[in-house]
Design a protein. Structure first.
Length: 117
């Protein structure tokens, strides 16, 4: 099992920045990648960004490219999502996701990000 604990959400004005953190614990040796998803009210959960466990590869949704950066601190088993130039449409609950080598998905509890116009 893998446990994920997120932090860093909050309220920010449009154009502002936030950094989300997600600390992984447990059987982290079985992980292939870490990522972030988000779910706005009334919408389905959508992919935001992903980073390979080695940190060598990153992937982004088109809607956040150039504004969000995903990174990883291997010593702390922590993944970060730096969000710049935030827009009201970025408002959502953000979920940390860990995917194992066997394609098992683990989820954090979610953290609210609200961007005011």
């Amino acid at each position: 099992q893998v446990q994920l604990v997120e932090s860093g959400g909050g309220l920010v004005q449009a154009g502002g920045s936030l950094r989300l953190s997600c600390a992984a614990s447990g059987r982290t040796s079985s992980l292939a990648s870490l990522g972030w998803f988000r779910q706005a009210r009334g919408n389905e959960r959508e992919f935001v960004a992903r980073i390979s466990w080695s940190g060598g590869s990153t992937y982004y949704a088109d809607s956040v490219k150039g504004r969000f950066t995903i990174s990883r601190d291997s010593a702390k088993n922590t993944v970060y999502l730096q969000m710049n130039n935030l827009k009201p449409e970025d408002t959502a609950v953000y979920y940390c996701n860990a995917r194992s080598l066997f394609t098992t998905n683990y989820w954090g509890q979610g953290t609210q990000v609200t961007v005011s116009s």
